[in-house]
Design a protein around this ligand. Structure first.
Ligand code: SIN
Length: 477
């Protein structure tokens, strides 16, 4: 297991020798000590990224694509080791961790290919002796700050397009889940990606972030995390007019209409809500079900939730692992207690689950009916395995409830009516809409939100644009 930082191709510790512990959330055991780095190590990483920038950008897109596809291949080769590491540091079920490694590798493959299609333009000029060229060039050194809920995929979703576009990077992984990032760094070295192209610094988030914001050689920052931190980063970015991509919080509505395929909707609801124990920015956070199918959907959803197995994610067959830390469990408890106190009825779960020999961080998959707009569950991201549900009568009412949120990342709805698919897709104020689909994430599609869920898109050709600048050349021939 790699526990040192990657700076300029060397594996190093913090300059002052300090470290922080990485804890397995299911077992409350320390599994590693990693460097507690700050300003000077981040500057060294930026130096390295700057040093490597020109030669990396000068490679052909095909050469950069080959490095990315080699890295993706190595991740697939080591899927079991990487998934085990991820489950140990993050807690998610091992089958989901394996899926995340495949998902993470797909961003590298896709971006590596798409880099070959990054083209500019030639625009007809207004004078016979002029030509107008539009070039697309790498934005330069890029900071990448990632969250703990998807320790591998949130890195490669940024790393893939950044590298494919010709940028070099400094990655700051989440303090809680740095081991997956360091393992990807190790494989990047094995893939032959030149020193300085990928740098990884762990430790104090605000010192590392500030070192990126204070250094005008850093030209782009891509962040996934909470809206609160995103707002803070945006104010800091003004110092050097740093370009930002922010993938922030979500609060996804999930609408089920009378004409929906209920079996499909229930399966999607379970997968979408309880993946990663509900610790997903795009997971369904509130359910609105039309009167005519309310009882059938609720009964079938409740039955499916009761079948979910809670336990140590390292054990095959477990569906719901621990929440990431004590604060996460307390937040879920606060939301559930608030719902109870406002008349919500717990149909399934509604309490912690004690798992023999493990930490007290497991929360039962929960279904609560009678959600009202005043409940915390109805307007805050819960980030836990809780599904609140409300009944609606008219389509317009459901859309109004769905859009009554400051967030705008993902929304889902289920119907068999083709014209409703178009009408509701257009009406939902969200960056991602799943129409009869609870799992829209994929490497080639644009992932990102509107309103307080941030801006910028990851995935597909849209991601490539985030890491390039447009240069206009006016040429008198
Ligand atoms: C996230 O929580 O933002 C990632 C979810 C995904 O990529 O599907």
């Amino acid at each position: 297991m790699q526990t040192q930082n990657l700076i300029g191709g060397n594996w190093v510790g913090a300059e002052d020798g300090t470290s922080v512990q990485v804890v397995n959330p299911a077992r409350d055991e320390v599994i590693a000590e990693i460097p507690s780095c700050g300003t000077s190590e981040t500057r060294a990483a930026i130096d390295a990224a700057c040093g490597a920038r020109k030669t990396w950008a000068a490679k052909t897109a095909g050469e950069r694509g080959r490095f990315l596809s080699d890295l993706a291949g190595l991740m697939r080769r080591d899927v079991d080791r990487l998934a085990g590491l991820m489950t140990a540091e993050q807690g998610k079920p091992i089958s989901e961790a394996r899926g995340e490694i495949a998902y993470a590798a797909s961003f590298l493959d896709w971006a590596g290919e798409e880099g070959k299609r990054l083209t500019g333009d030639i625009i007809p000029a207004s004078a016979a002796d002029k030509r107008i060229l539009v070039l697309r060039q790498p934005v330069g050194v890029t900071g990448i700050i990632t969250p703990w809920n998807f320790p591998a995929a949130m890195i490669t979703r940024k790393l893939g397009p950044a590298l494919a576009a010709g940028c070099t990077v400094v990655i700051k992984p989440a303090e809680l889940t740095p081991l997956s990032a360091l393992a990807i760094g190790e494989l990047a070295c094995e893939a032959g990606i030149p020193p300085g192209v990928v740098n990884i610094v762990t430790g104090n988030a605000s010192d590392i972030g500030d070192a990126m914001f204070d250094d005008d050689r850093v030209r782009k920052l891509s962040f996934t995390g909470s809206t609160k931190i995103g707002q803070l980063l945006m104010s800091k970015a003004s110092r050097n007019l740093l370009r930002l991509s922010l993938e922030l919080g979500g609060h996804a509505p999930f609408l089920v209409f009378d004409d929906a395929d209920i079996g499909l909707a229930v399966d999607a609801a379970v997968a979408c809500k309880f993946r990663n124990a509900g610790q997903t920015c795009i997971c369904a956070n509130r359910f609105y079900v039309q009167d005519g199918v309310y009882d059938e959907f609720t009964n079938r959803f409740a039955a499916a939730i009761k079948d979910l197995q809670v336990g140590d994610g390292a054990r095959e067959g477990v569906d719901i692992g621990p929440l990431i830390n004590d604060a996460a469990v307390e937040k879920v408890e606060t939301h559930v207690e608030d719902a109870r106190s406002r008349g919500g009825k717990v149909l399934v779960g509604g309490e912690r689950v004690r798992v023999e020999g493990l930490a007290d961080r497991f929360y039962a998959p929960t279904l609560i009916e009678g959600m009202t707009p005043g409940m915390l569950l109805a307007h805050e991201e819960t980030f836990g395995p809780v599904a609140p549900i409300a009944r609606f009568v008219h389509e317009g009412e459901a859309i109004e409830s769905a859009n009554a949120s400051e967030f705008g990342l993902a929304a889902y709805f289920f119907t068999r009516d083709a014209s409703r698919v178009m009408r509701v897709s257009e009406a939902l104020e969200y960056g991602i809409v799943g129409a009869n689909d609870g799992g829209p994430s994929t490497a080639q599609a644009p992932f990102g939100g509107v309103k307080h869920s941030g801006f910028g898109r990851e995935g597909g050709r849209y991601a490539m644009e985030e890491y390039t600048e447009i240069k206009y050349v006016s040429w008198r021939v």
